[in-house]
Design a binder for this molecule. Sequence first.
Ligand code: NAI
Ligand code: MG
Length: 336
Amino acid sequence: MHNVTLIKGDGIGPSIMEAAVAVIDASGAKINWHLAEAGLTAFEQTGTPLPEATLASIAETRVAFKGPLTTMVGEGFRSINVELRKTYDLYANVRPAKSWNGVKTRFENVDIVIVRENTEGLYVGLEHYLSPKKDIAESLAVITRAGSERIVEYAFKYARDNQRKKVTVCHKANILKFSQGLFLNTAREVAAKYPDIEFDEKIIDAACMHMVMKPEQFDVVVTTNMFGDILSDITAGLVGGLGLIPGANIGADAALFEAVHGSAPDIAGKNIANPVAVMMAGVMMLNHLGEHEAAIRMQNAIEKVVNEGIYVTPDLNPASTTGTKEMGLAIIAAME
Ligand code: NAI
Ligand code: MG
């Protein structure tokens, strides 16, 4: 029995998470779900977007399965996602994007894993105005050798453990000579320790162009926080959209699994959100928990339903009237 903190989240969160939990429970893995709140819903109910009880639950279970959280706009509201990643030092954000046989896109052989640094860079939250009139603002990017080393190490170990051939570091060291220069130089040092894995370097803007013209040349990609945020939405687009891409936030002694997408307020409450991204995050979580058999069973069932293209949400098949919940039931029915 594994203890997992379950945060259903905002917007489409509750519906996709309920569908995903039903599939995980049907996979054979035994999970003891600890229900916790975060985000806008938590704020409305408790006055805080990140209640103490939620932090205490994750501190105990060390594994969280989380729906998307609506980020409250305005000064003084920090992103809860960023907060969670910082609190548990979830330094590696792993976002795999792989083509599906049944999902028609411009490319057929995309298989890219973005390994995004998750605690440093431009998202450290060091922002302020430099003038009383608030017409000059400054945001600081923090890069450390230790932070760069552990994320690049993670990418190379991931490549080795998952029979991957190549790691590409994406950077902007030509302009940001100090911060990005430190990241690139550290990446080169780490790469030298892995002669069995090919190492490539790309400047981030050129990398974006290469990614949408010849995505086959990318395998594992390691990059700093904001570049990884942006690149992983590009890879999502390459394989069929945000509804399909999971993300794992991994630290030394805690991990949090979620979709790459947000709370999608434009489609919330309509039972049309695609639950596959969070379900694939569930597969990553089962593997993390050592439940490899259940993970394979779940992944095979998801792939079967997505590739058949019948009982899928309208983002995958505009002619379909299958809802979030019904797609989940089809996946459970497809389990062997
Ligand atoms: P979003 O990812 O929620 O939506 C972007 C577009 O993709 C929308 O058109 C939406 O309908 C569609 N989409 C997203 N997920 C889908 C799914 N499962 N099935 C079908 N279509 C889907 O991004 P947006 O609108 O920029 O952000 C909404 C809120 O979510 C914001 O408050 C943002 O801060 C937050 N957010 C939270 C994240 C998290 O909790 N990890 C990640 C990204 C955004
Ligand atoms: Mg993002």
